[in-house]
Design a protein around this ligand. Structure first.
Ligand SMILES: [Fe+2]
Ligand SMILES: [Fe+2]
Length: 275
């Protein structure tokens, strides 16, 4: 790994990490910036900060292909389990950049510093998740980059780059909440086929992701309160205007509610979005 560049501020560290195409460097920059920010060793921004890139840095591999072309394989074979963990590694990598982009792009928003505390904790944990899943892939004789991956994950960031409330509706409250819905069944399948190591990795992710949805719900409610909007109604209006396709049931109502995302937000949205 190349040496860490100088980190001039919170925004600079986040922007440098998003830019990095070396994934060891990206995850280390994300975690080091989070550490220094939490110890109050960084200012929010400085005049010399790196600019926030429109697209995150990526290695040459994996090849990025349209989502429909990503092959699905049964988890009963090791090849299938590798394909699943590879897809999860790709999601976690995008999650690192998404959390950092909330910080770097919206650093001038009038929000308390605890807003950035929350998102840097998320970025730190996403970097941890990516590394854990990558380590598991390596134990299985594979690596991130071996398989093609889907190229649509950054689209949500791009589409919501101009409005923080919309960003929070789409990224943590739709995409990350979806992770809470699907992960328990994947864990159970991994255990059924005897892959307890992969199940254990998914368990860490699942527990942390509840916290990520909670950070999203907390700040979504904060922004709505400031604008005197009803959060559930605001969520529904933003989803209709900005999200392609309906929300997919079944929902993990218990985990969602623990994170502050109550059914009043999403229950009526299952079939009516952009239809
Ligand atoms: Fe994650
Ligand atoms: Fe997350």
């Amino acid at each position: 790994m190349s040496e860490l560049p100088a980190i001039r501020s919170l925004r600079d560290g986040a922007a440098l990490a998003i830019r990095a195409d070396d994934l060891d460097l990206k995850t280390e920059l994300a975690q080091e910036t989070a550490r220094r920010w939490s110890e109050r060793r960084l200012s929010l921004r400085s005049p010399l900060d790196a600019t926030v890139p429109d697209r995150p840095g990526r290695p040459e591999k994996p090849e990025l292909i349209p989502p429909r072309q990503v092959a699905k394989r049964a988890l009963t074979t090791e090849r299938g389990r590798i394909a699943l963990m590879h897809a999860i590694a790709h999601i976690e990598l995008n999650a690192v950049d998404l959390a950092l982009d909330i910080v770097a792009r919206f650093v001038t928003e009038p929000v308390p510093n605890s807003f950035f505390d929350g998102w840097m904790r998320v970025a730190f944990e996403e970097a941890k998740h990516f590394r854990m899943v990558r380590d598991r892939l390596r134990q299985m004789g594979a690596d991130y980059g071996d398989l093609p991956a889907h190229d649509g994950l950054w689209q949500a960031a791009h589409d919501t780059r101009n409005d923080l409330t919309t960003r929070l509706a789409v990224v943590p409250l739709i995409l990350e909440a979806r992770g809470l819905d699907v992960t328990p069944a994947l864990q159970a399948k991994m255990r059924d086929v005897g892959d307890h190591d992969s199940a254990a990795v998914l368990d860490v992710i699942y527990q942390d992701e509840k916290g990520h949805v909670a950070v999203g719900a907390k700040w979504f409610r904060f922004l709505c309160a400031r604008e005197k909007r009803d959060p559930a109604k605001a969520f529904q209006a933003l989803v209709r205007a900005n999200f392609r396709g309906p929300l997919k049931a079944p929902f993990n109502d218990i985990a969602r509610a623990e994170a502050g995302l109550t059914p009043s937000f999403y229950r009526s949205m299952t079939a009516s979005v952009n239809s």
